[in-house]
Design a binder for this molecule. Structure first.
Ligand code: ADP
Ligand code: ZN
Length: 656
């Protein structure tokens, strides 16, 4: 099956400091890398972004790869690590996951290892001893380890042909997950007798973070690639729902996808606990994960989710970094996150195997208020001057605006995200061609809109703001316009205003009109915890003849009320390729995978990805050679699991 690609390598201009590194004839080349990719990972070829990074590293150049979750960043250093002589070091902040990452490697036949605090001192010594003896090709370490004298002494005894810095955005204070220990990486690299090529990888796309990475890690003229951020297999949806309706919506959503794995993100621990308990009452078993739980409890939740023992994970954003469970079929957001960066990273944990998956964001006004509150009241990062703190806040406000814009837009959601990351959606190719008119696979592209004329309401809003001279927020204005008898209105004498009781729209609708007016600069909404509504620079527009104003609303009154589900319930075929094959067989292979994984104490996705299972269903291999053709089947996998899977498939075929 062809992998759909959309990468646009940006090579540094030739001659601009590009060092001419010639390797001797024995040095590994791209052909060796390609052979290793096939042999150990079962992939016929590199994806464009991977090829670019691997090529740079084999030439001895530093590299910086910015690729979305699911792009296959680990291959970028694992394959060079395999083909280059010596021990490749991988620096990663994800201590709790190193064990899994290494087990995946070992299952593929690669000699991997890790060093971190989950090992006893004696175990650590053994690992280092074996590493010196040349037992391993790849070693994962946490950044804290780099300054440890014992580790430095160990490093001096091995040949290190490559250093990979995973989750490289952790070095930047402008990123989401700043880790001070990442600042030590540069010193470590510079302390080495022979500085090997360094590759930094991240999914964070913003320019500022990218620049920080190159500077703070001390990359030298890195070959840089930013791959397309489109994730064609993800279907995006946004629904505005009052908080009390959200959990019912979530239960409905899960009920239709009971066998699938999914993550639900909430912004607070309290909501995580509430939602997980509520789901349990609905007969949906879910584990939870947040920073208020003990490390043990978190670990256990994570295990049960990764091992497919429990399909649903309810979590705060504390969960997920580095989780490479590839068969997460949906990511729901119970609240709106604080930025598109955060949203895309979390939602992007769906469908890493490239199979169709869904990302649905539920939001309400309260979510925006909560985010505003955290920006204004939340202490900015410690150690910043007042001026710096203000700058950070204004960056955060702008990021929040971007997020709110996503929730409100009635245009293609995918185009919105790509535009946010600086890509022109009309140039993005989909399997069906360019998507100039929308992607056809998001709730806005799939939804029908009703257009409601709200010209009079819009005018009333503007006169009200003029009359109260920008003293109030949205809800108060809605109260005044709707003629509310609330105490706060009457006591302040607002019922005497000429705009009092001027409209008959619902409060929600008045607020939507205000927001839309603000988006068009006719009104303006202030920053701060209690944002007030003032006039915008284009306020005079309402006084002009022919002014008209309308709201677009997704039509919800049809039987298939939710465009998001309507397409999903049409079955996997709505997504094209995944309809191939037989779903009974898929379930059998899935069960077999689970048995094999449990027997070895490894996560099922390590045995085979969902994509590999689907490909087996499509191809129904009968021989070892045919089995090797399956996406994700390398020699080691064939040796390890070939017979078992082939006989399951044969049994299935004979029973038909
Ligand atoms: P990232 O770390 O960038 O989020 P992963 O390394 O988890 O991505 O890889 C995502 C998925 O893509 C994995 O399921 C992996 O097996 C698959 N993959 C990686 N490289 C290739 C390739 N060259 N061909 C096909 N599938 C690939
Ligand atoms: Zn779309």
């Amino acid at each position: 099956m062809a992998d759909f690609e959309n990468a646009s390598p940006r090579r540094e201009p030739e001659g601009l400091g590009a060092r001419d590194v010639r390797l001797n004839a024995a040095a590994p080349r791209m052909e060796d890398a390609r052979a290793a990719l096939l042999r150990y990972f079962g992939y016929a070829d590199f994806r464009a972004g991977q090829r670019f990074v691997v090529d740079a590293l084999l030439q001895g150049r530093d590299a910086l790869g910015v690729m979305p979750t699911g792009a296959g960043k680990s291959i970028c250093y694992q394959v060079p690590g395999i083909v280059l002589p010596g021990l490749a070091l991988v620096i990663s902040p994800l201590v709790s996951l190193m064990g899994d990452q290494v087990r995946s490697l070992i299952d593929a036949g690669v000699r991997g290892s890790f060093l971190n605090s989950t090992l006893s001192p004696a175990q650590q010594r053994t690992v280092m001893k074996r590493a010196v003896e040349g037992t391993y090709k790849i070693m994962y370490v946490a950044p804290e380890r780099l300054s440890d004298p014992a580790f430095r002494a160990f490093v001096a005894q091995v040949h290190i042909p490559l250093i990979a810095v995973d989750e490289a955005h952790c070095v930047s204070q402008w990123g989401q997950d700043f880790r001070p220990s990442y600042l030590e990486i540069r010193d470590f690299i510079e302390s080495l007798d022979r500085r090997p090529p360094v590759v930094a990888l991240t999914a964070t796309a913003t320019e500022r973070v990218r620049i920080d990475i190159a500077n703070l890690l001390g990359l030298r003229d890195p070959a840089t690639i930013v791959t397309g951020f489109d994730r064609p297999n993800l279907k995006f949806g946004v629904e505005r729902l009052e908080p009390k309706l959200k959990r019912r919506r979530i239960a409905e959503f899960i009920a239709d996808r009971r066998r699938e794995s999914g993550i639900i993100y909430c912004s607070t621990r309290k909501d995580v606990d509430m939602l997980a308990e509520w789901l349990a009452c609905q007969g949906i078993s879910a584990v939870r994960y947040h920073a208020g739980m003990t490390a043990d409890a978190r670990m256990q939740s994570q295990r049960r989710f990764i091992d497919d023992d429990v399909p649903v994970m309810v979590a705060t954003n504390a969960f997920g970094m580095g989780i490479d469970k590839s068969n997460v079929r949906y990511v729901l957001h119970y609240n709106m996150p604080k930025s598109i960066e955060a949203y895309y990273q979390e939602a992007g944990r769906a469908g890493r195997d490239g199979e169709p998956s869904e990302c649905l964001l539920l939001w309400s006004d309260g979510d925006i208020a909560t985010c505003r509150y955290f920006i204004e009241e939340g202490g900015a990062a410690e150690g910043l001057s007042e001026e710096e703190a203000q700058r950070v806040k204004s960056v955060q406000r702008r990021m929040l605006d971007g997020m709110v814009g996503y929730c409100r837009t009635t245009d293609c959601l995918r185009a919105y995200i790509l535009h946010y990351f600086g890509e022109d959606a009309s140039s993005v190719q989909t399997p069906e061609g360019a998507f100039a008119d929308g992607c056809g696979n998001c709730s806005n592209c799939l939804g029908d809109f009703d257009t409601i004329d709200v010209t009079e309401t819009a005018k009333a809003c503007v006169s009200c703001v003029r009359e109260v001279q920008g003293a109030f927020g949205k809800s108060m204005i809605a109260d005044i316009l709707r003629g509310s008898k609330a105490q706060r209105v009457i006591e302040a004498g607002l019922d005497g205003l000429s705009c009092y009781n001027a409209v008959s729209d619902s409060a929600t609708q008045v607020k939507e009109v205000i927001e839309l007016l603000a988006a068009q600069d006719i009104l303006s909404i202030s920053d701060g915890t209690y944002p007030t509504v003032g006039l915008g620079v284009r306020a005079a527009a309402v006084d002009q003849d022919g002014f008209s104003f309308s709201l677009k609303k997704i039509r919800r009154n049809r039987p298939a009320a939710r465009p998001f589900d309507a397409a999903a319930s049409a079955g996997a075929s709505a997504f094209g390729a995944s309809g191939v094959g037989d779903s009974d067989l898929f379930e059998r292979l899935r069960a077999l995978r689970k048995r094999l994984a449990d027997a070895q104490g490894i996560p099922p996705y390590v045995v085979f990805s969902d994509k590999a299972l689907r490909d087996m269903c499509a191809r129904m291999p009968r021989t070892a050679d045919e089995f090797l053709e399956v996406n994700g089947v390398g020699e080691k996998k064939l040796e390890r699991y070939g017979e078992t899977f082939l006989s399951e498939i044969a049994a299935f075929l004979s029973e038909r």
